[in-house]
Structures are given as structure tokens and as C-alpha cells.
Design a protein around this ligand. Structure first.
Ligand code: FE2
Length: 247
């Protein structure tokens, strides 16, 4: 599995350089504006709890790797609670009708974000636990890379608002070490695991897929942030009232 972990590290470095993260480092832009993309990741964050609970968790099991996965899912299935708190603190709780919210969350601005949990569930369905675990390691790597950079912007905002942001701030980063089960020790266990040629190939596929879907969603969020004004978020155009809106 060592080669798979090396691949994940390589992809993680590239992922950390995406335009959205460069945008967030631009201190000439108001920190709140640099977080204008946050509504785009609602389908990802809210879906992630369910992905862990209903797709990745398989109980009961005698399989040792699946037991590790199950433990991990309990660690990762409730972080959306912190996310909802942050949405409120970041000022996204302003007037939006329920039907407009549905248009936004099923519209074009969040299409890639919606694909993440969907694709991971599809790839994990019937995959061997060790392959799923490789996918989880890739997910954790994207999370760690993203939260390291997001928490820096949030710290700037914290200086201004004196609010604590549990999802996007240090709190979340501290529990997301970048590895499954929240521990670096898992890396030693995984490194020593011998994959069959089929498992190796499937692990590569799931890792590449994870980085691709997260990259697509980060680029989608970047496009959204460029068109957003923090004074007037969820504008009519961005709500998806366009011909491309899903019927
Ligand atoms: Fe999390």
C-alpha cells in the first residue's frame, strides 16, 4: 500500500495549489469575501455525514479493515453540525426562500459538490474494504489540505468578529490529521499492507477519482466566489434561474 500512500501525498500537494486556495491566501481581499464560496459545499458537507453512516459503514463485520473503516465513520459522520453553526456565524442565514434554496442546492452552482458523495458511494459499493480505505485516505488528504488553508482565513476573520468557527477553524483541523481514524499510526499499518495487483489497480482508481471530484468541486466553488458579492449573496442569477437549471 506504500505506493498508494505516495500517490495520495503527490496528489495532495497538487490539490493544495488549486486556484480556490490561492484566492483564499490573497490578503488584499476581505476574509469574508474569500469565504463567499461556502454555500457551494453544502451538498458535500451535509452529504458527507450520510456517506459515512450509510455507505462506508458496514455493520456487523468480522473484517478487520472494515472495522477500522466503521470506527472512522463514527468519527466523521457529525461534523456537519459545526458547519451549520459556521454558516450562521458567516452571515449566510439571511433571507432566502425555501424554493430558492432548493433551486440553489439542485442547480448548476453546486453540481460538482453534489457529485462528490455520490461518486464515492458508487465506487465504494461492493469494493473491498482495503480499496475503500485507500479512498478514505485520499478524502482525508483533501480535507487536511483544504482545512489548513481555510483555517488561516478564518483566523483572520476571527480577529475581526471575535467569533469561533468550529467547522472552518482550528477546532476541525485539530481533529482532522489527514488520515483515517484521526491518527498517523494508521499510515504505518497501511504501508505494511500488501495489495494484490487487482486491489492495487482499484486503489489507484478510487484515489484518482477522489482527487478529481474534489478538484472539480473546488474549481466550481472558485467560479462561484468570483461572481459573488458578500453584500448580496445568493443573487438571482447564481440561484440557478437559468436555462441550465435541472428540471
Ligand atoms: Fe470532518
Amino acid at each position: 500500500m506504500k505506493k498508494i500512500l505516495e500517490l495520495i501525498e503527490e496528489r495532495k500537494q497538487k490539490f493544495a495549489e488549486l486556484p480556490l486556495f490561492q484566492f483564499m491566501q490573497d490578503k488584499s481581499i476581505d476574509p469574508q469575501q474569500r469565504l463567499a464560496w461556502v454555500p457551494c459545499v453544502v451538498p458535500l458537507v451535509m452529504g458527507f455525514g450520510e456517506l459515512n453512516r450509510y455507505d462506508l459503514r458496514r455493520e456487523p463485520t468480522e473484517d478487520k479493515i472494515q472495522q477500522l473503516i466503521n470506527r472512522h465513520t463514527y468519527h466523521d459522520d457529525h461534523h456537519w453540525i459545526w458547519f451549520l453553526e459556521d454558516l450562521e456565524k458567516l452571515g449566510f442565514d439571511h433571507c432566502i426562500t425555501f424554493s430558492d434554496a432548493m433551486r440553489f442546492f439542485w442547480g448548476d452552482a453546486t453540481r460538482k459538490s453534489r457529485q462528490i458523495c455520490h461518486q464515492i458511494a458508487l465506487y465504494s459499493f461492493k469494493a473491498e474494504p482495503i480499496v475503500v480505505l485507500a479512498g478514505i485516505e485520499a478524502i482525508e488528504a483533501t480535507g487536511n489540505a483544504a482545512f489548513q488553508q481555510i483555517s488561516e482565513v478564518v483566523e483572520e476573520l476571527q480577529q475581526i468578529t471575535q467569533q469561533e468557527y468550529r467547522y472552518f477553524g482550528r477546532h476541525h483541523l485539530q481533529v482532522e490529521t489527514g488520515h483515517s481514524m484521526g491518527t498517523d499510526e494508521i499510515e504505518t499499518v497501511l504501508e505494511a499492507f500488501d495489495l494484490s495487483p487487482e486491489q492495487h489497480q482499484q486503489a489507484i482508481e478510487i484515489v484518482e477519482m477522489v482527487f478529481q471530484v474534489f478538484t472539480d468541486a473546488m474549481n466550481e466553488a472558485m467560479d462561484y466566489a468570483k461572481m459573488q458579492s458578500i453584500e448580496h449573496p445568493f443573487t438571482t442569477t447564481r440561484l440557478g434561474k437559468t436555462p441550465a437549471m435541472i428540471a
